[in-house]
Design a protein. Structure first.
Length: 421
């Protein structure tokens, strides 16, 4: 199994790029299913989830080619050339595989797939997806491990869907289904994340008629067909946050050249509260540490609140902050599983239910730890940057799902990080 070996090397400094967002590119690859022809995506990160989605699209009948270092060409066949079924292991490899459901129902009138996999941090039901698509005319014949959906007419029908929770992935799925539905669809309590808006911009360029991007009310007037386009994937705000956090935790100064401050407003406020000097002007976003981080209280909320994906990074920074902090997880009950690994590194953290109390310590001490999800892997690596001795981080199969050459980019900032093998 691969691992990262991390040793402290002092303050990190320099410039780095985050590249495209995992939570955008996977959905935008799936959106290509909605139109025959040659699609072109740029700013695509080299991550394992993109590889899996490429294999999934190929199994469905598409041709996917990496035409340059961060560019993909996706050739989508006519409707008759699409196969609405693919091997189970491709769906089980990641949660985002679920977003081919809407496009397949819209184009083929059928979808047969295994239940999706992904990071393990609590139950994430799919009923928001199935209930919305049922209202649009789909019929589901599901088993414990398989989703089988069909439509009785050539096109899905427009409807009004009110989501119980502003689910990012459910909003994506219903949005993609609605653009080819007959009539006007309204999605109320829609997710407002920048990645949803970016998917919407891609769909509009393809010929879709969508209003309300960036708000909780989306209005979609269905069209008969769409066209392929070129689209640049929006920057990954969580990867951006990771490199900015590396500056604060090590006492350094890092600029993420492609970071979008407007997508990270609440997080940047928290970094300032922790004692960082945040520069939003100029190219990207820069963070300069002004000393040891200060304690703050943080609660995760749907966008534009502090994202749950930020929380492992925030918890790690607070583990060496001055004072006592409370971090509250309002979205996923299992998202404190990395805390035990931070405690192994010497952090003083206690959890109870949705809350973690963090008493900052002067220093961490290196040891072997293992990540349970993507962001936990990144956070434990950041902890290793300030832990005395040597820290070995396992579970890199999670890290590789969301970070393009993480060790290499940290080394470019001055970190002592090596990957084995």
């Amino acid at each position: 199994m691969s691992s990262l070996v991390v040793k402290p090397a002092g303050p990190l400094a320099g410039e780095v790029r985050a590249l495209g967002a995992k939570n955008a590119v996977l959905k935008e690859m799936a959106a290509c299913l909605l139109a025959s022809g040659a699609h072109h995506l740029t700013n695509v990160p080299r991550i394992s989830d993109v590889t899996v989605m490429s294999e999934l699209l190929e199994a469905l009948g598409c041709r996917v080619e990496a035409v340059a270092q961060h560019e993909l060409s996706i050739e989508v066949p006519e409707r008759g050339g699409l196969h609405p079924v693919a091997p189970a292991h491709l769906f089980e490899a990641m949660r985002a595989s679920l977003v081919v459901l809407g496009p397949l129902l819209a184009r083929c009138g059928e979808a047969h797939m295994a239940l999706p996999g992904g990071d393990d941090f609590g139950q994430r039901p799919i009923n928001f997806h199935t209930e919305g698509l049922t209202a649009m005319g789909a019929t589901f014949h599901n088993s414990r491990t398989v989703i089988h959906a069909t439509t009785s007419s050539a096109r899905l029908r427009a409807t009004r869907v009110t989501l119980e929770y502003p689910s990012h992935t459910a909003t994506d799925n219903l949005l993609m289904a609605a653009v080819l539905a007959e009539g006007r669809t309204i999605i109320d309590n829609a997710a407002r994340e920048p990645e949803v808006a970016d998917l919407g911009r891609q769909l509009i360029a393809m010929g879709a008629r969508i209003e309300g991007l960036g708000t909780s009310l989306l209005t979609i007037d269905g069209v008969a067909e769409l066209r392929p386009v070129n689209h640049e994937v929006v920057t990954d705000r969580v990867v951006s946050a990771t490199y900015l956090a590396s500056a604060l935790i090590t006492g350094g100064e890092v600029r993420v050249l492609d970071a979008r401050a407007e997508d990270m407003v609440m997080l940047l406020r928290k970094l300032e509260a922790m004692g960082a000097d945040v520069e939003r002007g100029g190219e990207g976003v820069a963070v300069r540490a002004l000393g040891r981080p200060r304690a703050v209280d943080v609660a995760t909320l749907p966008y534009p609140g502090v994202a749950t994906d930020y929380k492992p990074l925030v918890t790690t920074m607070l583990s060496v902050a001055e004072g006592v902090s409370v971090v509250t997880e309002n979205l996923f009950v299992g998202r404190f599983r990395y805390v035990d690994e931070l405690v192994r590194l010497g952090a003083n953290i206690t959890t109870e239910g949705h809350h973690a109390m963090i008493r900052g310590v002067d220093r961490l001490v290196g040891t072997s730890v293992r990540a349970s999800d993507i962001r936990a892997a990144a956070a434990l690596t950041l902890a290793g940057l300030v832990a005395e001795g040597e820290t070995t981080v396992g579970g890199l199969e999670h890290l590789d799902r969301g970070y393009d050459d993480f060790a290499g980019r940290l080394r470019s900032l001055g970190a002592n990080v090596e990957r084995y093998p």
